[in-house]
Write a protein that binds this ligand. Structure first.
Ligand code: ZN
Ligand code: ZN
Ligand code: ZN
Length: 138
């Protein structure tokens, strides 16, 4: 998904391209994996945008609702990313370090079986592995 792509999608859903919304999208597009709510806040501040909490919350909710961004809760903190290349995450429970991992083939095969067995139309999945990174494990 490119920036233009996303703008078109927002317009199609009848949304406006506010400066805050546009800054959040550009920030997430510059990352290839999850970033925290705090990262988003500091990026906005750097661009002299200081919306109140409820505005940011509303913007993020709009983007999540229209499937433009994905939200993950990790240890009570919200993290966001733009779904482009399909991937999963390794999450360290101690330092909250997130590592992007690829392991798709196995799951696609598994989900076909699950769908059949449960008579369920699967449209997607999300998988996170929790544990400790080498630094925290030591
Ligand atoms: Zn990710
Ligand atoms: Zn760690
Ligand atoms: Zn997958």
């Amino acid at each position: 998904m490119t920036y233009e792509h996303i703008l078109n999608k927002i317009r199609t859903c009848g949304g406006r391209i506010s400066p805050v919304r546009s800054a959040i999208i550009r920030n997430l597009l510059a990352q290839d994996c999850l970033i925290s709510y705090d990262d988003i806040l500091s990026h906005l501040k750097k661009h002299k945008l200081t919306p109140n909490r409820s505005t940011i919350f509303r913007e993020l909710r709009f983007l999540v609702h229209h499937n433009i961004i994905h939200k993950h809760m990790i240890a009570d903190d919200a993290y966001y990313e733009i779904p482009r290349d399909h991937h999963h995450h390794l999450i360290c429970l101690a330092c909250e370090k997130i590592t992007k991992i690829l392991m798709h083939d196995h799951l696609v095969c598994e989900s076909t079986k699950i769908a059949k067995k449960n008579q369920f139309m699967i449209t997607g999945h999300s998988v996170e592995f929790y544990g400790y990174c080498t630094r925290c494990h030591a």
